[in-house]
Write a protein that binds this ligand. Sequence first.
Ligand code: PLP
Length: 460
Amino acid sequence: MGDPSAWFQALDDPSERYPLDEVVYTSRSGGLLEVSHDLQALRASKSPAEWRALFDARYGRTAYPYGSGVWSKLEWVQPHLDPKGVVSLFEGNSNLFWAERYGATLGLDDLWIKQCGTSHTGSFKDLGMTVLVSTVAAMIRSGKPVRAIACASTGDTSAALAAYGAAAGIPVVVLLPAGKITTAQLLQPLANGALVGALDSDFDGCMRAVKELTNDPTIYLANSMNSLRIEGQKTLSYEIVQQFDWQVPDWVVVPGGNLGNVSAIYKGFAELVEIGLTDRVPRIACCQAERANPLYQAFLRAAAVGRPLAPGDVTAVAAQTTLASAIQIGAPVSAPKAVHALLASRGVVEQATEDELADAVARADRTGLFNCPHTGVALACLEKLVRRGTIQPKERVVVVSTAHGLKFTEFKRRYHDGELPFPAHHANRPVSLGSDPSEVSTAIHRALDAKESQDMRSKS
Ligand SMILES: Cc1ncc(COP(=O)(O)O)c(C=O)c1O
């Protein structure tokens, strides 16, 4: 019986392999790598019941690093790390909650939100970054010459890299498209002491620049084409299943930009089946902004000629400005993996326009959520898939909420102030009041009366 082990493997040639501490991001033919695990060893070392018991025992406890959602599954993620050397901020274990009222508005009884925004830097990116930075920290300890870790970002990757780099004491370089990320997202790497490059370009331009920069092997690439990131992000699926007492939902709905996350989510569900803890994968709906929709366009083209999507179908588009700024990506690096994920999960691709995503955010916020615009893309697409009957009323659906709404307050302010170039159907403005208590009371009663009659009108 072998110990758990894992290695980088070329997607297009399983015999091409590299150790996880080697500085390598692509295969010899320039294709993507993925992390492969010795699944036979994982199956042999514990029964499914023993794995479930181990993961449940570690869940949310303080024993370092196993209380982290990611590192509670260490053997399945990066088995070559010394647990004491892991760089963890106790990421993961994010809320999975029943969105009862919002689901009811769509006719869904069993709608759940996986709230990744409640993680350390406010997005799901922490899940992958802890794995990547932990691996680099181990490389440095073993004498490998790494000067810095670098990434291109639409705002959330850079926040995560800067935090984990700072926690490990490793220098970080982030390349951002100037003026295209939110103030909160810019302040995160600045506060954590990263070297921040604001490029006069878009994300795709930043990606080209970081690839050039990381041709120097002493500057390690942290974008999701580095599949160590995917290994952390796949634990989202382990968590969802664990939080449902080891049951698999029918659908997972997720916004897609560079398409690393949708690939990671599929990989997590597929491994649970391969190691014997579950017996199926959910269907995956990948949701794109209409202004940055290369996967959706490829999906439509394939459907128009009556054939499934193929890996070579996704061609780059020029991404236009979208409120969902973190998915404003025209040349998604992980497209081949995402296509595989969609085919293997009987997945679908949908898109949302600017007004659809903004109104979906506001409608769901009215039921107690506080969504980022990317989650708005997922919600608007969910609404379409339910209307079309692709998603059925009794099915169990999980929407992956990818970031915290508090990182995107300017978007919400513009919506509620009516500053966006389309009608804001759920705008809510403060009522301006003086200071006299009885006048305040009269005005509040008047406002409540008006609200009650408006609610009655909209119900009738
Ligand atoms: C908040 C948010 N949602 C969704 C995405 C899309 O993830 P991916 O690029 O892996 O498709 C990103 C990152 O790009 C993001 O920051």
